[in-house]
Design a protein around this ligand. Structure first.
Ligand code: T4K
Length: 396
């Protein structure tokens, strides 16, 4: 049998340099330099400076929300949120999310209650939440995944029915909307990430949005151990402040958001066209929203139909310099400390386990062109056609 013509077996890689997943949209060096010169001339670098204040005002406008509290990253934002909401006991959240969602609860002395996911969307399975509610549960944390949403309206109704608090980890959902209501306006508050891999980037950063004045005042006091300037007493403070350097990048990124969203949408469509006829690979559409940021390109691999496992395919792509990733892996219920603390979840979350075994994230964002995407899809089509030979040679 001929050796399949892939870099894994010695051919030249399809791409000269690595194509990472992650948005990585950054302003030009000239814009960056000019913004930083201003900061240095002002000699005011952090502690709620003028750029942070401007960013908060612009984000309030953009999201159509009463308060935005900028923070140093979304992980801190989630920890601050649980404290500000004065949650007690247990909080229900999906197991199919980034570990920071659950870790924010552990930091605040709360117990995560893991809910299974919907197999086709990856979002929390709404039908399974009610069975998890008991007297110790004080809140639900919805997670809006991959530029889609986890049906926030249905979650609001469910939380109301059971007298539970509700908030959202919207790290993936900046700029998404449901009709004329932007993500950022649901539940008591929402937390966004401005990590470099996200569409709105401060390199590191994030924000919390809320329409609740009291909660906003508490969050501002929790954000800073000093200098918050408000009068709402809180038990714990921290340092979740955003620096002026972060705010400067985020302001430029917000300006660029419409163009970057359009670029993502075009890239997503190019993947949809290129993957449509390949057996065993299904693109996950960002459902539950009327407007998506298309921040992630996630597909699921059916190894029977494709002919290769997801992990073999990732190995093949990596050799071609396409840095595909598992997303998420493993499910939080299998991560330390939860696997040891709550072993019963190992057999209770079959859809999460299936998603963890089959989901694959492909590059989308600033570093790619539509031609690159056509080449990635072509590689995937060839991999599917040559699957038997690839598997035999890889094993050998
Ligand atoms: N909730 C959810 C649902 C989340 O997904 C996240 C984070 C959070 C909460 C917490 O948000 P933050 O506290 O981070 O604001 C990444 C990101 O660090 C993280 O933001 C993201 N979600 C998580 C799912 O992924 P890593 O460690 O897997 O990414 P990393 O650094 O390996 O980057 C991905 C790819 O991009 C790599 O191929 C390398 C490349 N890259 C990355 C960076 C940062 C670059 O080429 N340049 C860069 O500057 O966590």
């Amino acid at each position: 049998m001929n050796i399949p013509a892939f870099a894994l077996f010695g051919a030249a890689p399809a791409f000269e340099s690595p194509l990472p997943v992650g948005q990585l949209y950054f302003p030009s060096w000239e814009r960056y330099e000019s913004a930083f010169r201003d900061i240095f001339e002002r000699q005011y670098y952090t502690n709620q400076g003028p750029l942070t204040a401007q960013l908060e005002a612009r984000l309030q406008d953009f999201l159509g929300v009463r308060h935005v509290i900028c923070v140093s990253n979304a992980t801190i934002g989630l920890m601050m949120a649980a404290e500000a909401m004065q949650l007690r006991g247990k909080v229900i959240l999906p197991a199919f999310t980034f570990v920071a969602s659950a870790q924010s609860l552990s930091w605040t002395g709360l117990e995560p209650v893991f809910c299974d996911a919907d197999a086709s969307t990856g979002q929390i399975d709404l039908a399974q939440i009610e069975a998890l509610i008991d007297d110790e549960v004080s809140a639900i944390m919805g997670v809006n995944l991959w530029g889609g949403a986890c049906d926030p309206l249905a979650l609001e109704a469910l939380a109301r029915k059971h007298g539970l608090q509700l908030y959202f980890d919207s790290a993936h959902a900046f700029g998404c909307a449901l009709g004329d209501r932007k993500i950022g306006n649901f539940g008591q508050l929402e937390v966004f990430s401005f990590h470099a891999t996200k569409i709105l980037s401060a390199s590191e950063g994030g924000c919390i949005s809320t329409n609740d004045d009291e909660l906003a005042a508490r969050l501002r006091n929790i954000r800073s151990s000093y200098g918050a300037g408000h009068t709402v007493p809180v038990v714990k403070t921290s340092n979740g402040r955003m620096s002026e350097a972060q705010a400067a990048i985020a302001l430029m990124s917000l300006e660029d958001f419409p163009a970057n969203q359009q670029n993502n949408a075009a890239q997503f469509q190019a993947y949809a066209d290129g993957l449509r006829d390949i057996p065993g690979i299904t693109l996950t559409q960002p459902g539950g929203v009327s407007f998506s940021n298309y921040q992630y390109l996630v597909c699921s691999i059916d190894s029977e139909r494709f002919g290769l496992t997801r992990d073999r395919l990732m190995e093949l792509l990596k050799a071609e310099n396409v840095l595909a990733r598992r997303y998420f892996y493993p499910g939080i219920h299998r991560c330390i400390p939860y696997a040891e603390q709550f072993p019963a979840y190992q057999s209770r979350l079959p859809q999460t386990d299936t998603l963890c075994a089959s989901s694959m994230q492909l590059p989308i964002g600033a570093l790619l062109t539509l031609e690159d995407i056509a080449r990635i899809c072509e590689l995937l089509a060839r991999a599917q056609q040559d699957a038997t030979a690839i598997e035999q040679h890889a094993r050998a």
